[in-house]
Ligand binder design. Structure first.
Ligand SMILES: [Zn+2]
Length: 104
């Protein structure tokens, strides 16, 4: 087994452990999701010193994981609703621009 395959297998194992420990509950919105709608997130982002140690991983639903990206968890929790609304507005603007450009 190559080191890359070994690392992938390890990540899969950690992922299963992180999901099982959380009961498939997203650490940010608190809702329970089926496994295929979950991701593993660094609780403390790498750039703030968060490590790849399994204790630094939490379960995140796909929307929260995408929204949180590299934000520090406390900041994300405090602003989750506002970030989601801002992102939806941005997406609407993007779609409107795409529509206008395709009508040219
Ligand atoms: Zn969530």
């Amino acid at each position: 087994m190559t080191p890359k395959q070994k690392s992938k297998r390890l990540r899969r194992k950690w992922r299963a452990i992180v999901y099982a420990k959380s009961g498939n509950r997203c650490a940010y919105c608190g809702q329970v999701f089926p496994t295929e709608q979950l991701s593993v997130d660094h609780f403390w982002p790498s750039f703030l010193g968060g490590t790849d140690d399994p204790v630094n991983f939490v379960t995140a639903c796909l929307p929260c994981g995408k929204l949180k990206a590299h934000l520090p968890p406390l900041f994300f929790r405090a602003h989750r609703e506002a970030l989601a609304a801002a992102m939806q507005d941005e997406q609407k603007r993007f779609v409107a621009v795409q529509r206008d450009e395709s009508n040219d």
